[in-house]
Design a protein around this ligand. Structure first.
Ligand code: 5RP
Length: 223
């Protein structure tokens, strides 16, 4: 079975985690695109969506799904998004699609974060996928030096301007032993807008599309 079919399975399984009539937080990426397409099939069961990127907004709108501003929507019941890497502790690396800042905001504003991935995304330790870090453009070189001092090899994603007008550094060569501590440390660097580590606010549910079906991993209460 190809990777897209596994993504589609995980995305379809996320529908079971939606309440009735609420506003859904929607992430970004190819797995989420399957989710948006599946959402469209639900008709009026949802009231609308809060989107994490211009790309997802366009796709939602093309399906006739109402897109709300987060400031109007208030706290969301559920946020559904993909990931570039995930551990069994439900810590994630995200931002391969460059939408990490809005994704982190919508995840933070949601009671439950349902992450949808194919099985190729599961790792023992985060860092195999280059860690995206969104930076204020004038801080790019400074932040790159700070990341190199911490053992990373940052590469500027040239030509990429985020939806917020910023730059992205993709940090290779990391092996992240303590994702919560590393996320907190990088958050403190001047000029860093968002680190693509989702460990301080991990997923609550991880739906993993596999050749044999969808495996559900849930975060233990309080962890
Ligand atoms: C975008 C993201 C995506 O969730 C991540 O890149 C996974 O994408 P895909 O579903 O296409 O594999 O974080 O910023």
């Amino acid at each position: 079975m190809d990777q897209d079919e596994k993504k589609r399975r995980a995305a379809a399984a996320a529908l079971e985690h939606l309440g009735r009539g609420g506003i859904v937080g929607v992430g970004t990426g190819s797995t989420v695109n399957f989710f948006i397409d599946a959402l469209a099939g639900l008709g009026r069961r949802i009231e609308g969506a809060v989107s994490s990127s211009e790309a997802s907004t366009r796709r939602l709108a093309a399906h006739g799904i109402r897109v709300l501003d987060l400031n109007e929507a208030g706290e969301l019941d559920v946020y559904v998004d993909g990931a570039d890497e995930a551990t069994r502790a439900l810590h994630l690396v995200k931002g391969g699609g460059g939408a990490l800042t809005r994704e982190k905001i919508v995840a933070a504003a949601s009671r439950r974060f349902v992450c949808i991935v194919d099985e190729q995304k599961i790792v023992e330790r985060l860092g195999r996928f280059p860690l995206p870090v969104e930076v204020i453009p004038m801080a790019r070189s400074y932040v790159a030096r700070e990341l190199a001092a911490r053992g990373g090899d940052p590469v500027w994603r040239e030509g990429c301007i985020t939806d917020n007008g910023n730059h992205i550094l993709d940090v290779r060569g990391l092996s992240i032993a303590d994702p919560v501590a590393f996320e907190s440390e990088l958050n403190q660097l001047a000029g860093v807008v968002t680190v693509g580590l989702f460990a301080r606010r991990p997923a609550d549910v991880l739906l993993v599309g596999t050749g044999a079906g969808v495996v559900t991993l849930e975060r233990a209460a309080g962890s």
